[in-house]
Design a protein around this ligand. Structure first.
Ligand SMILES: Nc1ncnc2c1ncn2[C@@H]1O[C@H](C[S@+](CC[C@H]([NH3+])C(=O)[O-])CC(=O)[O-])[C@@H](O)[C@H]1O
Ligand SMILES: O=C(O)C(=O)Cc1ccccc1
Length: 245
């Protein structure tokens, strides 16, 4: 049985062999299970996105799910809204993820219309939006590009439009950061992941998922013009914010 120092070296060696995380077909096949077992509160956030959509999505407007993955947020919105003169747009730059989103969303009723676009969200036009969702997507963009995409989103939203921004965060206090990381890993272990799986996923995400502080997100949202910015959900180092234009 490896003692702790040997285990650390084993993990360190294992980490060096871990390729960067990519949203390929292998991930797409297991994604619902993966994200539900990795992000504490994910199911609650998805359900509440539907609740928020019922109040914010307006007739004659667009609703964008940016980084839609398999379309969980889009499906929650689609089933929650009564307005039919709405266009729901799901965007993801992973062909594997979007193919499964298409299979999921084809089961939805025809109104409101759903468009799925395989593109980088940085290249997509946002227009007449009463609601925009960035549910654990911005964290995968380079930090230096986040202001530009949020400015574009804000510009393309209608007055009183709602942005839902969910992100993994870091906290400035090292003790709190270590506590949140420990609690997150405890959540993953309780979900059945092994220490090695948790360590390898952490390494795979190291240069792919770039978390920022909550203060950074709030300041940036206000700087690009959102009048109201509030945290509506947090579980350990995972938060969701509401930002109103
Ligand atoms: N630049 C980009 N352009 C478009 N898509 C991107 C980009 N970068 C990453 N993606 C896509 O963003 C998604 C991130 S997952 C979002 C969960 C979903 N929102 C959900 O509510 O289930 C969150 C996670 O895996 O932690 C993946 O589908 C990527 O392909
Ligand atoms: O932050 C983590 O440790 C995760 O595992 C989040 C996550 C969930 C699903 C795909 C990629 C990252």
């Amino acid at each position: 049985m490896a003692d702790d120092s040997n285990k650390d070296r084993l993990y360190a060696d294992a980490r060096e062999l871990v390729p960067d995380f990519v949203f390929d077909d292998r991930v797409a096949r297991v994604f619902p299970d993966m994200i539900n077992r990795s992000v504490p509160g994910y199911g609650t956030i998805i359900n509440m996105i539907g609740t928020l959509a019922a109040q914010y999505v307006k007739d004659g407007s667009y609703c964008y799910d940016l980084g839609c993955s398999l379309g969980a947020a889009s499906m929650a919105i689609h089933s929650a809204i009564e307005a039919v003169d709405v266009t729901l747009v799901g965007v993801d730059n992973s062909p594997a993820m979007l193919a499964r989103a298409k299979a999921n969303l084809v089961q939805c009723r025809s109104d409101p219309a759903i468009e799925l676009i395989c593109a980088d969200i940085r290249d997509v036009t946002i227009q007449q939006a009463s609601m925009v969702v960035l549910n654990f997507t911005l964290q995968f963009l380079p930090a230096e590009e986040r202001t530009r995409i949020l400015k574009k989103i804000h510009h393309g939203m209608l007055p009183d439009g709602l942005l839902v921004l969910s992100e993994k965060i870091v906290v400035a206090n090292d003790t709190a950061q270590q506590l949140f990381t420990q609690m997150h890993h405890g959540f993953k272990k309780a979900q059945g992941y092994s220490d090695l799986e948790i360590s390898q996923k952490r390494s795979a995400l190291e240069d792919v998922l770039i978390p920022e502080s909550l203060a950074c997100h709030v300041e940036r949202l206000k700087a690009v013009g959102f009048s109201t910015v509030e945290v509506w959900f947090q579980c350990f180092n995972f938060v969701s914010l509401l930002a109103i234009k």
